[in-house]
Ligand binder design. Sequence first.
Ligand code: ZN
Length: 157
Amino acid sequence: MRYDLPEFLAHAVALEQEATERYRELAEVMEAAGNEPVAEVFRDMSRYSALHRDDILARTDDMELPILRSWEYRWRVPPEVGEDFEPSAMASPYLALAYARGNEIRSMRYYQDVAKAATDAHVRHLAMEFANDESSHVEALDRWIARLRLIDPATVD
Ligand code: ZN
């Protein structure tokens, strides 16, 4: 994965946009399931992702960003949910958090790989910064998963 700056920024914008939408969906599912605390977590994550997306967009000035294929940035559904993904399949807060965590880890690794392969210092620097952001998202989700484990150990298997 060796990108020039516009290619890199296009991926980062697409990843944040995807996270914004998926987190909004998860928040709605948690709300419908009556789990307000976890809905609030996902609303916050959605808001941060949107802010980050806007932040990145602000750095693109009038660069022309390439169009990406959706498999390059779409979230992946955990195998236990199967092919026909319905957001309502995420009604278990643990499953929803684990789903989000899996995708945060994917984003984190993606940015780490880009940073490692980068020949452009600007791309490397941004990729390292974004990898750190993603790793703090993983930690936030881990704290919530640990909290759920305390409240109701049976849901976390
Ligand atoms: Zn993230």
